[in-house]
Design a protein. Structure first.
Lengths: 422, 534
């Protein structure tokens, strides 16, 4: 018996499984182990919750297997069912993974039909692999993909919407600022609560978009040059820390850096932000074109420390396990901002159901494990921990700001220009 | 064969033909300028007050000065590098001339973000060179950042414009005059200065103009080399969704372009007399100078090709998952896609450039000059600006063409047509008018004499123009990203994806493919140049 297509109008009804509790989900996860290759081969293990649409519910082999496995906890190895394994990355940073919690792909209706996705940011490269996996799982699912930088696609989408004919169903960008700008231009559809529910509220503040993979601001430092306690835990202190004089780097043209300065402006106001920028210039900070190069320069010893997104250092370390680079995080201020890659549905799409179901897939344990272990991102659902010994998302101390406001870049750029940083 | 009566009809037909040609050239010029007009509309979107504030801000003044300095220095450097190399490969007995011609033209396909990045890796602080020198006790090397580094890197990657246009001019140059000068006891150098230089000047000027305007539109190099220019600020504005401000800055940039075009027109105002004639083909014997000449060519090729490719290879072999392709699997079809769109763009641009370039060389009218200059505007605008203009146009007026190949190719033509216009024009200027008159007295119609006399003579110039458009299209990135059909990938979009994700090593293979494919295509193109290249 095969399952119905994912964009069947009854899809919404099956969302209730989110409410049916963790126990059942664990139960299903373990069932996937027993069912073996069910996930990839048929993607039809009996996950569909029958409660809302009994007529569509399947009762297949793996559904039967559910009954035979009572122990939900599993261990690290059995937890790596075929399903999870094909999503999980490899390498020194992904050595042992704890059991994962969260919605499962098995629980969701099949994806079926063609979805036009604008994918912003070269970091989306691994996301295309994820899309390939999904398309392998669901032979009837086809993604029409367009890639460019997040800001370019956001500008393109705004222009398209202005002219009344957007070409995308879903915008998936590596920067919340880009998502916010499109949303502010009245070009998005509100996401239903049940779609965004697995994610903490701060990553879907107005339900116009939802985060799918987080990126923490961090301070990569060279362990031969500095020790952890020499890194101030407040970003405001960096301007008068002697050890950092003449040995730090940043990438002011980089979007994530500008979001960081925007956060500082939102928290402390323009004047203090300006003073901070001037202070860092007084520290003789050097400029780099992007934050991978900042992190790389830290690993090389060209810099003692820098400002960069956390995953760049992990990537350096994955390539050079002995590189003397570690990460520090500031506390409760802009330096601890967590930005994210996220998705939104474009207004006027004719494939709303498919788009929503697609987003639900991005928020499953499998997808989140993929983002955590292959892109070194912060997972957006609490049941999946980050890799590389990073503090979990609740151990970090991000500032309390409305992330949707990060899209208001203009005043930030004015500040950066006035100080000559840009 | 032809009676007097026929001749009269011929003249009438010629007038009609010229009128038609003028209309055609005008239509082409308008078509390529139309998208740029959108910028002006955008620029008016923002209030006059904030517009004035932006225009008069210190940083705007500073980037204007910086941009002008950069353009002047890179143009001068490219002439100093391109002209001698063109003479060496076109008019001397340098060994392996075709080989050198291809290699020396190739730096044009190295995307600036790869070239500049490679130079920073090799010669920057903590770069490969610094590492090599450190054990010798040399603690620091002169910085590569700033104006000097930007000039060095840009010159090395754009001098081929001057190289190719000068070469084309030299190839269609009349040899009998230089022999006459030699019999009058002028040295080669003297003969070059007094006879050759004035005649190839339009070619050099065409190349220099392309260099200057390209420099204005380049984003990658100044940004990597820490030098603040217009494009960087425009890029920052687009990133920050300040589309109005980006448009205003672009309009300002266009103003600078118009100024440069004005200067160039004034400098080359007296090129009307440049009608060549007689025998083509002569060769200077290098003698013992062969070795320094070879060393010079080798040095340039090493800096322009071997350094960037070597650095990429280094990144590739560092290996490890951190440097792997970030999820982007490379496919060979990307190379084919690149070649196909570049060839189509070269074909369309060359055809469109013929009437414009021919007219502006053959008539002194204001209108023809205007059409000629209009085609340059799209070229000096950064690709991202042209790209967005065409997105807007496409979505609004040509929805059937939006995100299809024809609009992408049109985008390339808007950006690169002046490369073909300039070379066509300078080679038309060199065609001996007496030959045309002879053809006409023999009763050929204007069209037939164009086909049988002018076209074969200007072929090297037209081919050089096509080669320029081909090579620059191969590496064009911003407009490609904005206008490509969804799912259509080329070598540069692939390189962009892996580089943007920080996987620099993964760019090595496609960059090598880019250079290799372009090299092969260059070989094919250069064989069309004629028999005098051996």
């Amino acid at each position: 018996m095969t399952r119905r297509a994912g964009d069947d109008p009854t899809t919404n009804g099956s969302d209730d499984h989110g409410a049916s509790g963790l126990g059942r989900r664990r139960f299903l996860r373990t069932s996937a182990v027993v069912a073996g290759g069910a996930l990839v081969a048929g993607c039809s293990s009996g996950g569909t919750n029958a409660s809302a649409n009994g007529s569509n519910a399947s009762s297949n082999a793996s559904g039967g297997a559910n009954g035979t496995v009572g122990n939900a906890s599993g261990n690290a190895s059995t937890n790596g069912s075929v399903g999870i394994k094909s999503f999980r990355g490899s390498g020194p940073l992904v050595e042992s993974r704890p059991p994962l919690k969260g919605p499962r792909i098995d629980d969701l209706p099949d994806l079926s039909g063609t979805l036009s996705v604008y994918l912003g940011g070269g970091e989306g490269g691994l996301y295309t692999q994820f899309l390939d996996l999904l398309q392998k799982m669901y032979p009837k699912f086809n993604v029409k993909l367009r890639t460019a930088s997040s800001s370019q696609l956001a500008n393109t989408l705004i222009t398209e919407v202005e002219s009344g004919s957007p070409k995308a169903d879903v915008f998936w960008a590596v920067d919340l600022g880009a998502l916010g700008v499109v949303a502010n231009n009245d070009a998005t559809m509100k996401l239903p609560k049940k779609v965004v529910k697995p994610v903490p509220k701060s990553f879907h503040p107005n339900n116009q978009w939802v985060g799918v993979a987080g990126r923490a601001r961090s301070v990569p430092y060279n362990t031969n040059k500095l020790s952890a306690n020499q890194i101030p835990n407040k970003v405001q202190k960096f301007t008068d820390t002697k050890q950092l004089q003449g040995s730090m780097g940043w990438a002011p043209t980089y979007g994530a850096f500008q979001s960081f300065i925007t956060a500082m402006r939102l928290l402390h106001g323009k004047e203090q932000t300006k003073q901070w920028l001037k202070g860092m210039q007084g520290q003789n900070i050097s400029e780099y074109p992007d934050e991978f190069l900042v992190s790389n320069a830290v690993a090389d010893g060209e810099l003692a420390a820098g400002f960069a997104n956390h995953y760049y250092s992990l990537r350096v370390r994955a390539a050079r396990p002995n590189a003397p680079i570690e990460l520090a995080f500031t506390k409760g201020d802009a330096g601890a901002l967590i930005n994210a890659a996220g998705v939104e549905v474009i207004k006027g799409t004719e494939r709303r159901q498919l788009a929503m179901n697609f987003i639900k897939h991005l928020l499953t344990a499998e997808a989140q494990e993929f983002f955590a272990t292959r892109t070194f991102a912060y997972p957006m659902i609490p049941g999946v921990p980050p890799v590389g010994g990073l503090p979990t998302i609740d151990e970090l101390n991000p500032p309390e700001i409305d992330l949707a406001k990060l899209s208001n870049l203009e005043p930030t750029l004015t500040l950066m220009r006035e100080t000559g940083v840009l | 064969m032809s009676t007097l009566g026929d001749g009269r009809i011929d003249i009438d037909r010629g007038t009609v033909l010229r009128g038609g040609l003028l209309a055609l050239a005008g239509a082409i010029a308008l078509a390529v300028v139309a998208p740029i007009a959108w910028l002006v509309v955008r620029a008016f979107d923002m209030g006059i007050e904030s517009a004035l504030a932006l225009l008069s801000s210190p940083s705007t003044v500073q980037i204007t000065i910086n941009s002008a300095l950069l353009v002047a220095a890179v143009t001068a450097g490219s002439v100093l590098l391109g002209v001698p190399l063109a003479v060496l490969t076109a008019r001397t007995d340098l060994p392996f001339r075709r080989f050198w011609t291809v290699l020396l033209a190739l730096p044009l396909v190295v995307p600036s973000y790869i070239g500049a990045f490679a130079f920073v890796s090799a010669f920057g602080p903590r770069g490969t060179l610094a590492d090599l020198l450190a054990p010798l006790g040399i603690e620091s090397i002169p910085t590569i950042y700033g104006l000097q580094g930007t000039v060095l890197v840009l010159t090395l990657f754009v001098y081929p414009y001057v190289f190719l246009t000068t070469r084309a001019a030299l190839l269609s140059f009349d040899a009998s005059q230089i022999e006459a000068a030699r019999t009058l006891n002028h040295s080669y150098l003297g003969a070059f200065r007094r006879i050759v230089l004035p005649q190839i000047a339009p070619g050099i000027a065409a190349g220099a103009l392309l260099v200057g305007l390209y420099t204005l539109s380049d984003f990658g190099t100044p940004s990597i080399m820490h030098y603040d220019v217009f494009t960087r600020m425009i890029f920052v504005e687009y990133n920050a969704f300040g589309r109005g401000r980006a448009a205003l800055l672009s309009v300002l940039l266009l103003g600078l372009t118009v100024a440069i075009l004005g200067i160039e027109s004034r400098l080359s105002a007296d090129d009307g007399n440049a009608y060549a004639g007689g025998r083509r083909g002569y060769t200077i014997s290098l003698g013992a100078w062969k070795w320094p000449a070879l060393a010079f060519c080798t040095l340039v090729v090493a800096l322009c090709l071997i350094v960037p490719l070597g650095v990429l290879a280094l990144w590739l072999f560092r290996g490890g998952p951190g440097y792997s392709a970030g999820g982007f699997a490379f496919e060979w079809s990307y190379g084919l896609n690149s070649v196909v769109v570049a060839a189509l763009a070269a074909l369309v641009a060359t055809l469109a450039a013929l009437p414009v370039g021919y007219l502006s060389a053959r008539t002194d009218g204001m209108l023809t000059d205007l059409f000629d200059r209009m085609t340059y505007l799209g070229y000096a605008a950064p690709g991202v600006v042209v790209g967005f203009a065409l997105v807007y146009f496409g979505v609004r007026y040509l929805p059937g063409l939006y995100q299809t190949l024809p609009l992408l190719i049109f985008g390339y033509v808007v950006r690169f047509i002046p490369q073909a216009v300039g070379t066509t024009q300078s080679s038309v200027l060199q065609v001996d008018r007496s030959l045309l008159e002879a053809a006409r007295t023999l009763g050929h119609s204007p069209l037939a004499s164009f086909r049988r006399v002018t076209l074969p003579l200007i072929a090297p110039g037209v081919v050089a123009g096509a080669a320029l458009v081909f090579l620059t299209t191969m590496k064009e990135l911003p407009a490609t990203l904005l206008l490509h059909p969804s799912g259509f990938k080329t070598l540069v979009t692939y390189i962009w994806q892996v580089q943007d994700a920080g996987y620099y090593g993964a760019a090595a293979v496609p960059a090598l493919v880019l250079v290799a494919v372009s090299g092969l295509s260059m070989l094919v193109i250069l064989t069309q140049e004629g028999d005098d290249v051996r």
